[in-house]
Design a protein around this ligand. Structure first.
Ligand code: SF4
Ligand code: SF4
Length: 100
């Protein structure tokens, strides 16, 4: 299965993007129980440059996360706020959080 194969009705902004660009969206948009991180709120370990401050000791869910086609859709957006918004929109989770 190609994780970068987007749904036909959701062509990503950068279809050729096939690696993590460190945009920070996946450390901010989803809820992460292991970190008691709510939906749509940046992880407390996410630094201003979108790098992880505890990368060497990050919890298992962070280690398991793999880039996929969503990266090509959210990473080109201009700032973290826009990436979070789009990430939540893709998964239909907008209504479960307050606007960021
Ligand atoms: S959303 Fe994708 S490109 Fe952005 S930090 Fe996460 S894995 Fe990397
Ligand atoms: S612990 Fe690090 S890798 Fe995990 S969500 Fe927070 S910033 Fe991202």
């Amino acid at each position: 299965m190609d994780l970068f194969e987007a749904p036909a009705d959701l062509p990503p902004r950068s279809a050729w993007m096939r690696d993590c660009s460190g945009c920070g969206a996946c450390c901010a948009a989803p809820d992460i129980a292991a970190l008691a991180k709510p939906l749509g709120v940046p992880c407390r370990h996410l630094q201003a440059d979108c790098r992880c401050a505890v990368y060497a000791s990050r919890p298992q869910p962070c280690r398991n996360y793999r880039p996929d086609w969503v990266c090509g859709e959210v990473a080109p957006l201009p700032d973290l706020e826009a990436r979070i918004r789009r990430f939540l929109q893709i998964y239909g989770l907008e209504a479960e959080t307050t606007p960021v």
